[in-house]
Write a protein that binds this ligand. Structure first.
Ligand SMILES: *Cc1c(COP(=O)(O)O)cnc(C)c1O
Length: 431
């Protein structure tokens, strides 16, 4: 294995990587294989993975139950169209998702990716109001929200300073309430809800839905807000007869310490988006769930059907892996493991607060965030992390980790120590 090398020159010349220049891209590291929490690079290098491949790999890489599920399914059928046909993996997965999500959610739409599940959610909300004979044309989102990279999803992602600003003139203009101010652990104050309450009172007649990431705003700033805020928004949506869409693409499947982040506020949305960890990081699959009331209303409308149907809808291979993933999640006390990871993260990341250039340290569930005062040079910092033997990819002023639930204490400490070391190094080099 050690003499194997990848054609990184071809990669650099011809392959787009996310959010980087094609002309002078950020450096890329070649991965030969991955298992557990370890990424195996060329030249016998190994990294402890702190990113779970962007929230997706709940149980790390090369998980035997998920491998078996894929192998079993692929010999039966890798794919079959969902129009007019159905299959066991989809039926099983539908049952499981209805069972583990808030009980009002009874109807499942399978699609390809998180962004598409957000498109589906937005279309469901629009079609719901259309079917009721009172079409509405706007969505209310939050500042610092992130909901994906397709056009509908971009339109409800914070346009200011975010990655989507440059499409501004092409996007539907939506309403944005200020970011909640009160953090998850801070004392609650009703005044945090005043701005969104005012916007709803003014614009509710034309708002199809409020869309938000429950509790954790992810790619828009890794901020953990107060459960009472979410509870309050649910109540406001009821009061003003506006639908609530919860985007749990990042937060779902135990990441925040509850199976779904909505549970921190004991609320149920009208529409729920799931993705990322759904297949444990194996294949792209997402789902949009809604209430019976929404599904029935849409189906009784003049269109009579919901107007969406991706080619790879409910892909059997992806569904089979998702089933094995959820079975694994339910079969062991993973929420206890997440609580343990949380305690460890707090313990090992808190020392970062002693560093001058650290603005804040935040931990929720199996998510740890260190926010620094200056914007980070990603290429440089990534290189330092790789030298420390860890895979951590920061953005903006944020260094964050969300390790796989199988991580052991020694590896977790190594990730946290590497953050301390690298932040300290940055601080010294600035002097
Ligand atoms: C990642 C993410 C998306 C987009 O999912 P993709 O699978 O990348 O399209 C949407 N919403 C949230 C909250 C996310 O974290």
């Amino acid at each position: 294995m050690s003499d194997k090398t990848l054609d990184l020159d071809f990669d650099k010349e011809h392959l787009w990587h996310p959010y980087t220049s094609m002309h002078s891209p950020l450096p890329c590291y070649g991965v030969l294989s991955a298992s557990g929490c370890t990424l195996k690079l060329e030249h016998d290098r190994e990294l402890i993975d702190g990113m779970s491949s962007w929230w997706a790999c709940l149980f790390g890489y090369n998980v035997s139950e998920l491998n078996d599920a894929a192998k079993n399914q692929i010999d039966k059928m890798a794919h079959v169209m969902f129009g007019g046909l159905t299959h066991e993996p989809a039926i099983e997965l539908g049952k499981k998702l209805i069972q583990i999500t808030p009980k009002e959610l009874e109807k499942v739409f399978f699609c390809d990716s998180g962004s598409v599940s957000v498109e589906v959610a937005l279309k469901m909300a629009l079609q719901y109001w259309h079917a009721k004979g009172s079409p509405r044309s706007q969505f209310l989102s939050l500042r610092h929200a992130y909901h994906g990279d397709t056009f509908g999803a971009m339109s409800v992602t914070d346009p200011k300073g975010a990655m989507h600003e440059l499409y501004h003139h092409f996007l539907t203009e939506q309403l944005f309430a200020p970011q909640p101010k009160i953090a998850f652990d801070d004392p609650w104050d009703e005044s945090d809800l005043a701005p969104i309450a005012e916007m709803l009172s003014k614009h509710h007649a034309n708002i199809a839905a409020v869309i938000l990431e429950p509790i954790v705003q992810g790619a828009g700033g890794m901020f953990f807000y107060h459960p009472e805020y979410l509870k309050g928004v649910r109540a406001l949506c009821d009061q003003y007869n506006v639908l609530l869409i919860c985007d749990e693409i990042a937060t779902g499947f135990g990441r925040t310490g509850k199976m779904f982040a909505c549970e921190h506020a004991q609320i149920s949305p009208d529409i729920l988006c799931l993705g990322k960890a759904l297949t444990g990081g194996y294949l792209s699959l997402a789902a949009t769930l809604c209430t019976k009331h929404i599904a029935t209303t849409i189906s009784q409308g003049s269109a009579g059907v919901f107007m969406h149907g991706p080619t790879f809808m409910a892909n059997p291979l992806a569904c089979a892996i998702a089933n094995a993933n959820i079975e694994k999640l339910l079969s062991a006390p993973w929420l206890e493991k997440v609580a343990h990871i949380s305690t460890q993260l707090k313990h090992y990341l808190t020392p970062c607060l002693t560093l001058e250039n650290v603005a804040s340290v935040r931990v929720l569930g199996a998510i740890g965030v260190v926010q620094v005062k200056q914007s980070i040079n990603v290429a440089e910092v990534q290189k330092h992390f790789v030298e420390q033997g860890v895979w951590i990819r920061p953005f903006g002023k944020l260094i964050y980790i969300m390790p796989a639930y199988i991580i052991d204490d020694v590896s977790l400490k190594k990730l946290c120590d590497a953050i301390f070391f690298v932040v300290q190094k940055l601080q010294n080099s600035e002097k």
